[in-house]
Structures are given as structure tokens and as C-alpha cells.
Design a protein around this ligand. Structure first.
Ligand SMILES: Nc1ncnc2c1ncn2[C@@H]1O[C@H](COP(=O)(O)OP(=O)(O)OP(=O)(O)O)[C@@H](O)[C@H]1O
Length: 225
């Protein structure tokens, strides 16, 4: 199975403090991994770094065979989709408009039936003309999931993808991820607190293991003060 993403010795900082250190990973096609850990431990920060949105303080990231930093050399920048923890959409535009707009950023111009099919798969059939502002939280989440059916990326970075979804929505999310990993050979990296989703993943990486321990020097100074 091809390796879509490999990272070595990643260190991420927020201001002067180190969030994550010595993190390494190999993500192959069809592989589904959950990143877990308490609030604020750095799951979103790590996903953003691996997706090339922000830069690590240290370490090497190779995506689709190309190094991500210092210079992003990836020719096909449409290899990945990042599902943000709060779906970002243009609220006063319609469901269909948002979906078309998003896929066009991937240079995809698809026939109307493809959009309708994707919307039907996530339970939003008949809502093409509805303004996104009037969708519920879970429906907005479903709309962001519909884009995966159209873009079919190699890698999906999903930040808390089941937030706001009911049980049927959580099952749907798992079904979509399952279909994409099997049929499209997508690899999926998910930051989540959702036990059901974690159980479904093939592997779980607890990020607590990568939070640096306070150094002996700092501890001694603290004890002296
Ligand atoms: N741009 C930033 N500047 C300074 N600190 C930041 C920045 N982004 C994140 N942080 C800090 O980094 C830490 C990790 O945040 P992050 O969002 O990665 O955590 P998380 O594990 O995804 O949390 P949650 O489970 O609550 O979603 C937090 O303490 C946060 O305040």
C-alpha cells in the first residue's frame, strides 16, 4: 500500500511552549487513524501542520512523495481535504452554491446530477436551493461531508467530524469514511473525542504520549522559587 504521508520528529510550539514533540507517523492508503487526547493537547494543531496549513517548529513531513517544508513542492495540491471542526461556509448562499463553489476550488466542474447524488447520500436531497444559514448544525456538517464524495481525496484530515451529528449522522460519517477508504483508497486522519468513531478506526494515537514532560531544570527552578 502506498504511503501518502510520512512525518518524522515533529515538534509543534504555541508561543514559547512546546505542545507536541518527537511525533512520527506513516499514513498509508486505506489507513484510518484516530488522534485522541484531552482538550488543548494539540490535536487540531497537529492536523493543521500535517495538512500543510501551518508550519512545524521542527521535523520533516513528506506528502505524496514530496517534502512539505521549507518549500512546498507538491504538484497536485488537490490530494487532500481538511474538514474543519466548525464547517466554514458562505451562509447566505445556497446548499448547491456552496458545494459547487467548494469543488470549483479543486478545479472540478461536475454535472448537476453529481451534486444532487452527493446531497442525497448525506440526507440533504431537495435542499439544493435552501440557504446554508437555515441549515441546522448537523445538516451543515452533512453538507461538508458531501464534498468528500465529489472530491474523492487521497487524504482526509478530519477535525472532530462528528460534532453536532445525531447517531444516524455519526453512522453516516463512518459509512462515508469507510466507502472512501475502501473504494477510493483514501487514508483518513481523524482528531476526535467520539468513542464510536475511535472504536471504528484501525488505530488510535493518544497525543498525551507526545506532550513533553517539564524539564528537570525548570522543575528545580520552580522548586527554588
Ligand atoms: N494560534 C495559536 N496561538 C497560541 N496558542 C495556540 C494557537 N493555536 C492553538 N493554541 C494553543 O495550543 C493548544 C492546543 O490547541 P488545539 O486546538 O490544537 O488542541 P486540541 O487538542 O485540538 O483541543 P480540543 O480537543 O479542545 O479541540 C491550546 O492550549 C491552544 O490554546
Amino acid at each position: 500500500m502506498p504511503c501518502y504521508l510520512a512525518c518524522e520528529n515533529i515538534e509543534i510550539r504555541a508561543g514559547y511552549s512546546t505542545l507536541i514533540s518527537s511525533f512520527s507517523l506513516k499514513l498509508h492508503s486505506e489507513q484510518v487513524i484516530a488522534l485522541t487526547g484531552p482538550n488543548g493537547c494539540g490535536k487540531t494543531s497537529l492536523l493543521r501542520v500535517l495538512a500543510g496549513i501551518s508550519r512545524p517548529y521542527k521535523g520533516k513531513i513528506v506528502v505524496m512523495g514530496e517534502e512539505l517544508w521549507p518549500e512546498n513542492l507538491i504538484k497536485n495540491e488537490h490530494y487532500a481535504v481538511f474538514l474543519t471542526n466548525i464547517p466554514s461556509m458562505l451562509m447566505d448562499h445556497s446548499v448547491l452554491w456552496n458545494l459547487e463553489f467548494y469543488t470549483e476550488t479543486y478545479n472540478l466542474k461536475l454535472p448537476l446530477q453529481e451534486y444532487e447524488k452527493a446531497l442525497a447520500k448525506v440526507g440533504l436531497q431537495g435542499r439544493e436551493k435552501q440557504s446554508v444559514r437555515t441549515l441546522s448544525t448537523g445538516q451543515k456538517r452533512r453538507l461538508s461531508l458531501a464534498s468528500l464524495y465529489l472530491i474523492k481525496p487521497n487524504i482526509i484530515f478530519a477535525d472532530e467530524p462528528t460534532n453536532g451529528l445525531d447517531q444516524a449522522g455519526i453512522n453516516l460519517c463512518i459509512q462515508i469514511f469507510h466507502e472512501l477508504s475502501k473504494e477510493n483508497k483514501s487514508s483518513i486522519l481523524i482528531a476526535t473525542h467520539d468513542e464510536k468513531l475511535i472504536q471504528w478506526c484501525q488505530e488510535k494515537i493518544p497525543l498525551e504520549n507526545y506532550i513533553p514532560k517539564p524539564s528537570i531544570l525548570k522543575k528545580t527552578v520552580r522548586e527554588l522559587l
